[in-house]
Ligand binder design. Structure first.
Ligand code: GAL
Length: 329
């Protein structure tokens, strides 16, 4: 009797074991993200959205172990971070370069290590400095995800050109402006500076550049440059072009401190459509901005990373559109 019971018990256990689903550990991909500088308003939105989106794509079977590092606007620091990512055996690297002129060396290392490389936000420049970078991106495991900065510049110019007085407040036949630029090596800064003015000229307007200064994308610099220019040129300044919204926020403070009124005796445009700037556009303290789609770009970057992790073919370029933002009618 005892034997029969023991046999039954043993058989039950064998059945139970066979019926239990096989336990499979989830597949975990290691992803390294190197950001040029955490202290940047737009890139903060962008990087947080990437982290959230990676999390949202996780399932019981697939996890993403994401490591994100701050390059502190220092290329030597970022090179070390890339070396560490390679040593840590990352399955993919998302790279927001500190210096696009260092693109070759950085990308070469990643490609040699057999790791897919997804470049974001800062498009490497061509040899001539005026063409999109075609060289190293011509590689099956390297791509650039971004927005065409020419479009954002054109939209800035159009926002001014479409005003009733086309930005010529004093009616002297020319639009007198100051330009506050991002970092000079950055194609976004170069194109926004060039194409905002080109849009006005193409529309047949005369322009006069009173000053053109480097603000390195930073709010405090934008404020300082704008304050100095308003003190120097006074009422002559009709339009303040800023390559991004952070600098436009600074410029707005300087404009207010100088007793000037946006929409009445001066115009102010930026790029990025930071939430506070969209509010300012709606309440009239900024003339306009251009949406630099952090959500669209970060999702596109993560989606292409996942494709590469799955061994699927990727394109070399992924473009996300800018959108003009003016006061809601
Ligand atoms: C631009 C953005 C700027 C700054 C810069 C960093 O696209 O408009 O605000 O974030 O990227 O490279």
């Amino acid at each position: 009797m005892k034997k029969t019971l023991a046999l039954l018990l043993a058989l039950t256990m064998v059945f139970a074991l066979c019926a239990a689903p096989a336990y499979a550990a989830p597949k975990t991909y290691k992803v390294g993200i190197a950001i040029y500088q955490f202290d940047d308003n737009f890139m903060t939105l962008y990087r947080n959205e990437m982290l959230d989106y990676f999390k949202s794509l996780e399932t019981d079977d697939v996890k993403y172990d994401v490591t994100i590092v701050d390059g502190k606007n220092d290329m030597a620091e970022q090179n070390n971070q890339i070396d560490n990512f390679i040593t840590q055996g990352m399955d993919a690297i998302i790279l927001n370069l500190v210096q696009t002129s260092s693109a070759d060396a950085a990308i070469d290392k990643i490609v040699d290590a057999g790791i897919p490389c997804i470049l974001i936000n800062r498009e490497p420049l061509g040899d001539k400095g005026d063409e999109s970078y075609e060289g190293i991106l011509n590689n099956a495991t390297v791509c650039y995800v971004g927005a065409d900065a020419r479009q954002s510049g054109t939209y800035q110019g159009e926002i001014i050109g479409e005003l009733d007085n086309h930005g010529d407040i004093n009616g002297d036949g020319k639009i007198s402006y100051i330009m506050i630029e991002g970092d000079p090596e950055n194609i976004d800064a170069q194109y926004r500076t060039e194409f905002s003015i080109k849009a006005l000229k193409d529309a047949g307007y005369e322009v006069e550049c009173l000053d053109d200064q480097i603000g390195n994308w930073a709010q405090a610099k934008g404020q300082e440059i704008c304050a100095n220019d308003l003190a120097k040129f006074g009422d002559k300044v009709e339009v303040v072009f800023c390559n991004n919204d952070a600098m436009a926020l600074g410029a707005a403070t300087a404009i207010q401190a100088a007793g000037r009124t946006v929409g009445k005796d001066i115009y102010l445009v930026g790029v990025d459509a930071l939430e506070e700037c969209v509010e300012m556009v709606n309440d009239g303290t900024m003339t306009g901005t251009v949406l630099n789609d952090a959500v669209g770009q970060s999702h596109a970057a993560v989606d292409v990373t996942v494709k590469a992790l799955n061994g699927e073919a990727i394109n070399n370029y992924y473009w996300v559109d800018y959108v003009k933002v003016t006061k809601a009618a």
